[in-house]
Design a binder for this molecule. Structure first.
Ligand SMILES: [Zn+2]
Length: 213
């Protein structure tokens, strides 16, 4: 029997749930893989039927051995180099009623004159607090082409799954980018992709999970 998208998405979540969960940034002695796909979780964001947490962001390292660095960037010091931090801060600013012009300013690069002004420094602190509330799991995948392929397919299915809708209180409902608000993921790229994870991809996902445990 062919599984529906929602059944397949639930199976993927259950597989990933077997991986260890991390609540702090990776360190030199942590067991977080150095190459792979990370899955982000936030309190209160559950799959339909309270079966477990839903994934709220998917990311990979592009350069070899750089996954620790990628994840550490989400925890601070600033938003340069971390699109996730930019999205979190944009949502916090919008939730506080800041105008769109300020949110656009927040998204600008480090060379912008206001990158470090006191208001944005305050939001950097709030973004770090928000990141520290999350947790993550990592699937070790050493091949960059496989990481990229799985990333797209997973984002595509999670964003389309009707059992993985965001809660009413999800911070991402205030996100600046409508891809985030609509998909329930802190992702922009691939949320509309038709290249979704398929039943036949489960085999290699299971194999990767088994090897990682
Ligand atoms: Zn789902």
């Amino acid at each position: 029997m062919v599984a529906t998208r929602e059944q397949l998405c639930e199976t993927i979540h259950q597989e990933i749930d077997r991986l260890p969960v991390f609540k702090t940034k990776p360190t030199s002695i942590s067991t977080v893989p150095k190459d792979g796909i990370y899955f982000w979780y936030e309190d209160g964001e559950m799959r339909m039927g309270n079966r477990g947490q839903r994934v709220t962001r998917v990311g990979i390292n592009e350069r070899p051995g750089r996954l620790h660095g990628r994840i550490k960037e989400h925890y601070g010091q600033n938003r340069e180099g971390s699109t996730f931090r930019k999205h979190l801060g944009g949502a916090l600013l919008a939730k506080d009623g800041e105008p769109e012009s300020e949110i656009k300013e927040w998204y600008r690069a480090r060379r912008s004159a206001r990158f470090k002004d006191s208001k944005f420094c305050k939001y950097e602190g709030l973004v770090t607090q928000q990141a520290e509330l999350g947790s993550y799991r990592v699937l070790k995948v050493t091949s960059i082409s496989e990481r990229e392929e799985l990333e797209e397919r997973l984002i595509a299915i999670f964003s389309h799954c009707s059992h993985c809708s965001p809660s009413d209180s999800w911070l991402g409902t205030h996100a600046y980018r409508n891809e985030i608000r609509l998909s329930g993921l802190w992702n922009v790229e691939y949320v509309c992709s038709t290249n979704e994870f398929q039943n036949q991809d489960l085999l290699r996902l299971r194999k990767r999970v088994r090897l990682a445990r």
